[in-house]
Design a protein around this ligand. Structure first.
Ligand SMILES: [Zn+2]
Length: 312
């Protein structure tokens, strides 16, 4: 289903509403009552965008698309209850019933867009009501009649199904498998889940690993997971390095061995560890460097940084 947000100018919304300030506590379901050929979502949107009919609705949906006309903020006149909760506290969807449309598909799409709005505006499904709830009008007429076996109860179940699907898809899409090596540069919390998860627990802090080059294997929004650090850390803890993998022997004395590349000496966690004098003749594996030529080498065995000139 295509979803389009063709929000009209404020002046148009003002004509068919009590203005902004909709509290968005409810979602109201309507059916257009217009079975004419071509009375689909786009036709209804155009009608609203053009001159309107003295009242309005936020969304219209048919067998292939859902179109939003008015911002949810507007207290659109759709419920017929004056300044009651229908008009001032609810968002409205009109499901099209045009004869040349696929009725079942239109209702399914109505359920899909209903689920999306409930989620987007954080409205509980038990606050999704029929237009009938506000004024007793026989609307949504076809659903109230149970046309094609789709009663209100069935429709509510459809919305619940889409709510669950959205949640599952959301989780799957958000967590991404990655393989990235980065250097720990800043002190940030390490949690068992990303910081935005309510049930997270703190398990450590990257301050104990400043200068370490670690492999990040999962990304979830702006958080990375590191098996070595045993948790999720905000991306601002890390900086890019250039990956490499070769062996080199320390040949020259007089170079400082530090927890970070010397170029990072302004970092408040920068620490001098030892001197290349202590490592002369030893062979190490270099797994990261700060630039393609020259620069600083990351000694994997020591998890420390040293000037490349110590190896020449
Ligand atoms: Zn209605």
């Amino acid at each position: 289903m295509k979803i389009e947000r063709l929000i009209v100018p404020d002046s148009v919304s003002q004509r068919v509403s009590f203005g902004r300030g909709n509290t968005k506590k409810y979602l109201t379901i309507h059916q257009t009552g217009n079975t004419s050929k071509g009375a689909n979502a786009l036709a209804h949107h155009k009608l609203q965008a053009r001159s309107g009919v003295g009242y309005g609705w936020h969304w219209q949906v048919d067998d292939h698309e859902a179109i939003q006309t008015h911002s949810h903020d507007y207290k659109i006149w759709h419920a017929g209850d004056g300044k009651g909760s229908g008009n001032t506290e609810s968002i409205s969807i009109e499901i099209c019933v045009n004869i040349d449309g696929d009725y079942k598909k239109s209702v399914e799409n109505g359920a899909k867009i209903a689920a999306l709005i409930l989620k987007e505006e954080n409205i509980n499904i038990n606050k999704m009501v029929q237009h009938n709830h506000w004024t007793g009008k026989d609307c949504p007429h076809e659903i109230r009649m149970g046309k094609d076996g789709i009663t209100w109860t069935v429709f509510v179940e459809m919305v619940k199904k889409y709510l669950n699907e959205n949640e599952k898809q959301g989780d799957d899409e958000e967590v991404e498998d990655v393989t990235i090596r980065r250097v720990v540069l800043n002190d940030r919390a390490i949690d068992n889940l990303p910081n935005f998860c309510e049930d997270r627990n703190n398990v450590g802090n990257t301050v104990d690993y400043i200068g370490f080059v670690v492999t990040l294997t999962k990304k979830w929004k702006e958080y990375y997971y590191s098996k070595y650090l045993n948790g999720w850390i905000h991306e601002s803890a890390f900086e890019d390095i250039i990956e490499c993998n070769f062996k080199a022997t320390v040949k020259n004395a007089g170079y400082s061995v530090d927890n970070l590349p010397w170029t990072k000496r302004e970092n408040k966690w920068y620490k001098h560890i030892t001197s290349s004098d202590e490592l002369l003749g030893k062979e190490f594996t270099i797994t990261a460097r700060t630039q393609e030529n020259g620069g600083y080498f990351y000694i994997h065995e020591l998890a420390k940084w040293i000037d490349n000139r110590a190896f020449e």
